[in-house]
Design a protein around this ligand. Sequence first.
Ligand code: F6P
Length: 366
Amino acid sequence: KKRIAVMTSGGDAPGMNAAVRAVVRMTIAKGCESYAIYEGYEGMVKGGSLIKRMTWEDVRGWLSEGGTLIGTARCMEFRQRAGRLQGAKNLILNGIDALIICGGDGSLTGADLFRSEWSGLLEELVKTGELTAEQVEPYKYLAICGLVGSIDNDMTGTDATIGCYSSLTRICQAVDFIDATAYSHSRAFVVEVMGRHCGWLALMAGVSTGADFVFLPEKPPGDDWEQDMCRIISKHRGMGKRKTIVIVAEGATDNKLNPISAEHVKEILAGKLGLDTRITTLGHVQRGGNACAYDRMLATLQGVEAVDAILESTPETPSPVITINENKIGRKSLQESVKLTQDGAKCIANKDFEGAMKLRDREFEE
Ligand code: F6P
């Protein structure tokens, strides 16, 4: 009987609870034992009451809930080998031999590293007398599966991450509210949105709200961006538009990688165009609230697939990450997805913006 643990890690995202619910119930439906690790990797390192057996009823009502009800953390200890050693010990003490992690690329990288180190960690636990050879014997192999939970939609290889559409919906609602007041006063608003190094939320929010101008990390504007922006906005105003919305991704930069701040954009709109301009930084409002229908559906289908993937996994199969491409739930190599995501970030750091886009759209070798 497999004991499958689920945990959420990194920044919370709407739909994580739906994913946990699906994993718990599918685990039970398949005749396995379900566990939740509370507080992300921190719970794994600390163990004790943070690793809890889950029943069907424990996740009742979780489908629509925002945030993550089993808690999350950005855990420093797990980044050290000593923390991972402690985590391995706690899994074994709880009889856990499979792990489903819902988190962003950082959390999933940690998971893959953990799996690759697993046998070394067990050897060390026996050598140092923390566990006996008999205790570790049944746990020669740890099955791991990743679910991508992040509002940023920043993972290569999947079309949507759990949470990104809820966040996009929230941003659109907020911009709609701002629209009303902007229109009334004929004002300009610079709206800063989250996304870390990824511009998906900003770009899609711009498309969905009809913003006048958008700043993205992946496609920095040219040298003359100040004039370009003013020209476009003047044109819109000339066509009778009473409101101006400029969306700035939090990771946006110019083509020399200097950050483009909302404050700077405001100064230009006010100084060069004479527009009465305000800044709204949406902040964590974008991460909170209920999961939208798409995220509930995505998290549920992917949670079910994750349990199937665990049950089919062998020591030879690489850890999978559950994906969605062209509306089909699938599996890809966790390691490859994470690597391509990180390679994309490196391209941007090297000002190779085209390279970053190519990597993002790249077909996987399977
Ligand atoms: O990754 C999700 C995210 O909300 C990013 O968009 C943002 O940059 C970051 O997390 C904020 O992190 P924190 O909540 O730790 O301030």
